[in-house]
Design a protein around this ligand. Structure first.
Ligand code: GLP
Length: 243
C-alpha cells in the first residue's frame, strides 16, 4: 500500500489495528499485537492514542509483545524500548499492565537465555500474534534479526551489526554507549504472526526494493516476508520510489 505521506500511511496502519481490536472485542476475544520501536511507528502510536482519547478505542482486550530490546539495559533508561513504548503508547491508553510484554534487557546473560525461551512460550500461550507491526533496518533487519539470521530462529540473544549500532547511535550519547547485544523475537516467531504490517518511509527505498523484489535470502531478513501469506508493506511515495 503506497501513500503520499508517512502520516497517511501511519493512519492506515492505526486504522487496521483499531479494526482488529474492535472485531476481537465483538467476539469477546483478546487481540494479540506484536509491536515495534524505532522512529517509523511513532506517528502510528500517536494516532492510536488519539483514537483512544477521542473515539473511545479501548485496549482492555489487548495483549502486546514487543519485538526486541537492547541488552543489557535497565528498563528505566531513556533509550530502552521499555521506556519508548511507555512514552509513546502505554502511558496514554487503558491497556492492562499485566498484558504488556517487552523482552527484559535487565538480566544476566544466563537469565536472559531462559527468559527468551519463556517469552516465546508466552506468545504461544496467548494464542500467537494476531497482527505484527514491523519497521525495517537499512540492512534489511526486522526486529534485531540482522543479515544472516536463521529463518528458524526463535526469541534469542543476538549481536548487533556495526551498521545498526551506528544507525541507532543518535539515541545514545555516542556509539560506545550503544549496547552490542539485543534480545529479539526470531524470524520464525515473526513468520508465525497471522498478519504482518511492515512500515517504511523516505530514505528506506533501496532496502524496500531488495526486500520486496529481490531474492528471498537470509542476507536480507525482510525478504523472507515474501513467503508470508498475509503481509502488507505500508510505504510512502519516497520509500516506494525504487520499486
Ligand atoms: C531498530 C529496531 C527495529 C526498527 C529499525 C528501524 O534497530 N530494532 O525494530 O525497525 O531499527 O528503525 P527506524 O524506524 O528508526 O528507522
Amino acid at each position: 500500500e503506497i501513500f503520499p505521506t508517512s502520516t497517511e500511511g501511519s493512519h492506515y496502519a492505526a486504522g487496521e489495528i483499531a479494526k482488529l481490536i474492535r472485531q476481537k472485542q465483538e467476539e469477546n476475544k483478546p487481540c494479540v499485537l506484536g509491536l515495534a520501536t524505532g522512529s517509523t511507528p511513532i506517528s502510528m502510536y500517536k494516532e492510536l492514542v488519539r483514537m483512544h482519547k477521542e473515539e473511545g478505542l479501548s485496549f482492555k482486550n489487548v495483549i502486546t509483545f514487543n519485538l526486541d530490546e537492547y541488552f543489557p539495559i535497565t528498563k528505566t533508561a531513556f533509550q530502552s524500548y521499555w521506556s519508548f513504548m511507555h512514552r509513546h503508547l502505554f502511558d496514554h491508553i487503558d491497556i492492562k499492565p499485566e498484558n504488556i510484554h517487552i523482552p527484559n534487557g535487565d538480566l544476566s546473560k544466563e537469565e536472559a537465555k531462559k527468559h527468551c525461551i519463556e517469552y516465546e512460550q508466552m506468545i504461544d500461550d496467548a494464542g500467537g500474534i494476531d497482527l505484527q507491526v514491523l519497521g525495517i533496518g537499512n540492512n534489511g533487519h526486522i526486529g534485531f534479526n540482522e543479515p544472516g539470521s536463521s529463518i528458524f530462529s526463535k526469541t534469542h540473544i543476538t549481536n548487533l551489526d556495526n551498521s545498526t549500532r551506528v544507525a541507532n547511535a543518535r539515541e545514545f550519547q555516542n556509539i560506545s554507549k550503544v549496547p552490542r547485544l539485543a534480545l529479539t523475537m526470531g524470524i520464525s516467531t515473526i513468520m508465525k504472526a497471522k498478519r504482518v504490517l511492515l512500515m517504511a518511509w523516505g530514505f528506506k527505498a533501496p532496502i524496500i526494493a531488495k526486500a520486496m523484489e529481490g531474492n528471498v535470502t537470509e542476507q536480507v531478513p525482510a525478504s523472507i516476508l515474501q513467503q508470508h501469506n498475509n503481509c502488507t508493506f505500508i510505504l510512502d511515495e519516497q520509500a516506494a520510489s525504487e520499486l
